[in-house]
Each structure stands twice: as C-alpha cells, then as structure tokens.
Ligand binder design. Structure first.
Ligand code: PA5
Length: 430
C-alpha cells in the first residue's frame, strides 16, 4: 500500500503537518500502551498477529460445512456485524457473480441490516426451494434488526428442514456468554464463534464476524489476515512518524480539519470498492463524530459520481477534502476496439486498455479537484486481493484510532446511536 499527501501541501504546509507529529506519535503510543479513552476496546490492535492457525482452521471448517449444505447462505447482522464482511466479499467477488457463478462456493446474501418489510418478504421469496444455511452475527445479541430477521429465518429453516437439521445449518457469531443470541445458540446447539469483549463492532472484521462470511464466499482468510498482520508491523508503536502511514494519514486529515475541511470523501475508481467505503464510513463516523467534533466521512464511486456529485466537489462549499483509493492493476486486460467507420469518434482511444482511460480519469479528476480547492490524499494498492484488502483494513483501523485520539474523543464508544433506539422502543411500547 502506498500513501501520498503531496496534494494537500497547497492547503496545509509541511510545518503544519510536522506540528502534529508529536500528537500523532503520542496517540499511537496510547493505542499500544492502552492509556487512552476506551482502552477496554483495543483488542483489535494486535488481533492480526495473534490469530492462530487453529482459529483460522476452525472458521474455515465451519465455512466448508455450510458450503457443502447450501447454495445460499444468509448472513444476518448490522453495522460492524455486517459492513466488514460485505465490503471484503464485494471487493473480491466477480462483479456479476450472482448471475454467472464461477465457482462452487455459496452465494452470501446479507439480511438484518434494515427493517424493510419488502426486503424481508422478497428475501424469503428468493430462498424458496433453494438449499440454504444461515450465519447470525450480533455481538450484543440484542440488536433489533438482525434479531427480528433471525427469528424469521430460524422459523423458515425449522419448517423446511426440521428443528435438528436446521440447527446443523446455522452458525452464531456473538458474545461468549451474554445476550439473547448466545442463549438461543446454546439452546439450539448451533456452532458458535465469539466476538471478543475487547473488540468493538466496527473493528471486528478480522474476528469471525468478518472472517466466517468471507470464508463461506470462498476467499482466502489466511491471506487477508496476513495482509493485516504486515500492516500491523508497518504501523507499530516503534515505527517513526515519517515511515508510519497510519500516523501520516491521521496527521494529514487532522491538519485539514483544522483548516475547515470538515468532510472527507473517500473516492474509488472501481465499483468493487463501493462497500469498502461503506465500512470506512462507519469506522470513521462512529469513531470520530461526537462531542460536536469530527470529520464527516462521505464516499463517491467514480467515474459514476463525477456525473452527479462531481459538480459539488469541484465547485460547491469548500469544506471538503478527498482521499482517493486507487487500484494499480485490474484483474483483466480489456481494450477498446478499433472501428473502421469511427462514427462515435472514439478511435483516439482505440486499442487502449479501459484501465488506462480510467487512470487518466483519475489523474484528471485529482488535478481538477485540487485546482478547485479540494486537497487530495492518495492511497493505492497493487491489486484487489485478500492480502491487500487486509492491509487496507488494518491501515484504516489504526489510523482511525490515532486520529480519534488526536481529535480528543473516545474513538471506541458510540453513545449517539442510542438516541433513535430509545425513541423507537418507546413508540413500540417496549
Ligand atoms: O460498531 C458498532 O458497535 C455497531 O455498529 C454494531 O456493530 C451494531 O450496532 C451491531 O451490533 P451487534 O453486533 O451487537 O448486533
């Protein structure tokens, strides 16, 4: 993974970033020494290097078992119990995989991430007559969206397969002893995995909450963890600021925030990264948006959104900065054909790879946006695969922890998400 902040220097000079160096290093140290706010939720810091081969094997064998039993696996969860798995599976999957399945792995369908009656009903319409299995993920075991969805799935599966056979097809990922989901799983003899107490939802993608669905979808979870473990080393407490990408990114975005750049847009030029940005938004939004502070995390899919939000980014209120997540090499090699008639006047790109045109769009966009007053941070990976996705995950997690401490908030709580729940439960008469 490469990080460049050269395109922010027109807006914050090197001295202003260096002035934040000590704060970034101190924040990094607080993560490792566990001396900052929320220090009982720092299990993710050394998670990649601590995952054992036997844990990976256990997850893989549960995934293999479900894959043998089912063509469709419904993964139920919301927030941190959903976005990580979704983002990795989408990044690694064939763009049209659900229409032209290339391998024997089951299709992973996500549910429990909303309260739409239509979504629920259409899910069961889709499942009718298919071989299915289910994974229910909820750390607290009490979140209403996945709890309701799982009640529906459990009843459906028990009707179709009978209670005992349904239990063979259900895996629960939850707290080791608390919560309704733990009770249900034990009562019904489901295979269970634990989300550790000291890993919060949005930092849990490298626990079974993320690894199990990714393994079911047929991806190499060992490589994902290896990528993350290498990034753990590269951003360790003893790595100096100048070499530490997590510190540099955290310092750069805080320097921009101090200059009134209150919105960070994560931009990709590859639709496979759409859900990765959704995961990133939760990570940064829930971690930093509190006490009246925080950079608002937004995202765009380019070039699609150049034809919509591109106007605002270029010309709207100057409170934005952009972080481009770039992929150096696509998986395929595909060129624009030459056309004798050239009626569409496209022969100027004939025989060029689509990716070359995409890269020109990327460079052109960055130049235009920087000229328009939008500072740019550039992050690139050689290709989208398990290893590089693991690197990105840990990089963003680490930078998020550092950045939150630099901002002066507890990056590991989320008191704000309770407000809507209180109102909803009151309205429901709970
Ligand atoms: O980051 C978080 O803590 C939240 O987004 C949770 O992951 C989300 O609310 C789901 O919680 P649970 O896993 O307890 O069902």
């Amino acid at each position: 993974m490469k990080l460049s902040i050269k395109n922010i220097h027109r807006f914050v000079n090197e001295n202003e970033i260096s002035a934040l160096k000590t704060k970034a290093e101190k924040s990094l140290k607080m993560l490792h020494d566990k001396t900052g706010a929320g220090n009982d939720f720092l299990g993710w810091v050394n998670l990649p290097s601590q995952i054992s081969q036997s844990e990976i094997d256990d997850i893989q064998s549960a995934a293999n078992k479900l894959a043998e039993l089912a063509d469709f696996v419904i993964v139920t969860g919301i927030g941190g119990s959903y976005l990580g798995a979704k983002s990795v599976i989408e990044a690694l999957s064939h763009s049209f995989g659900n229409f032209c399945k290339h391998d024997k792995h089951p299709v992973v369908i996500f549910a429990g991430q909303n309260l739409s009656e239509d979504y629920a009903c259409e899910l069961f319409e889709t499942l009718a007559g298919r071989r299915i299995a289910a994974v229910v993920i909820s750390k607290s075991g009490t979140t209403i969206e996945p709890a309701i969805t799982f009640r529906l799935i459990k009843k459906y599966m028990e009707n179709v397969y009978g209670t005992d056979a349904a239990s063979e097809r259900i895996v629960a990922v939850t707290d080791k002893e608390r919560g309704a989901m733990n009770t249900i799983a034990k009562k019904n003899g489901y295979k269970m995995f634990v989300i550790p107490d000291d890993v919060g939802g949005r930092f849990s993608v490298l626990t079974p909450a993320g690894l199990l669905p990714v393994a079911i979808a047929g991806f190499d979870i060992k490589k994902l963890v290896e990528g993350a473990a290498d990034m753990e080393k590269a951003t360790d407490a003893n790595v100096a600021f100048e070499q530490n990408p997590a510190c540099i990114y955290a310092a750069a975005r805080n320097a921009l925030y101090q200059k009134g750049k209150y919105v960070e847009i994560l931009a990709n030029f590859n639709p496979k990264l759409h859900s990765f940005a959704e995961w990133w938004k939760q990570l940064y939004g829930e971690s930093e948006g509190k006490n009246g502070k925080g950079i608002f995390p937004a995202s765009v899919d380019f070039t699609s959104d150049l034809h919509s939000l591109g106007q605002y980014i270029q010309d709207g209120k100057r409170i934005l900065f952009e972080t481009v997540l770039s992929v150096e090499n696509p998986k395929h090699d595909f060129t624009v054909p030459f056309d004798d008639e050239n009626t569409d006047e496209l022969n100027f790109v004939a025989n060029q790879r689509i990716d070359k045109i995409n890269k020109c769009a990327e460079q052109g966009t960055i130049l235009a946006h920087v000229d328009g007053g939008v500072p740019n941070i550039h992050i690139s990976i050689p290709q989208i695969d398990e290893y590089n996705t693991g690197q990105l995950i840990y990089f963003f997690e680490k930078a998020c922890g550092i950045s939150g401490y630099m901002l002066g908030v507890n990056p590991f709580d989320q008191p704000g998400v309770e407000a809507y729940k209180k109102n909803m439960f009151r309205l429901l008469g709970k």
